[in-house]
Ligand binder design. Sequence first.
Ligand code: ZN
Length: 130
Amino acid sequence: MKLHHIGVAVTNLDEAIARHAKVGLKLVHRETVPSQQVEVAFVGERPWIELVAGTHPESGVSQFIAKRGPGQHHLAFAVPSIIEELARQEHAGARLIDKEARPGAWGHMVAFLHPKDQGGVLIELVEERH
Ligand code: ZN
């Protein structure tokens, strides 16, 4: 598994993009992901920083920010097959937030693993589709 991106929860996406641009991390992709009730912006180069802002108070990221404030939210790893990786993780006893992959940003398929089994770190699996 290779690091694909580092997810950072932000309250204001425009401000966060501008702040990163100032230190040379340019915006490469911006997209609303309805399935996760978020708007995301990827900055820099692979492994990117993914700035994530909730588009609804009930979204996981909005709840994360309400509880813990903005900041590092998840690590995302590229895997060749999400189906195979989820099966492997479940067999190893990891709790899955997503039993099945769902559409994520950039047209990729994604799934999340519960942080309780990952040293407190929320892990996203990404199967790239381009
Ligand atoms: Zn992510």
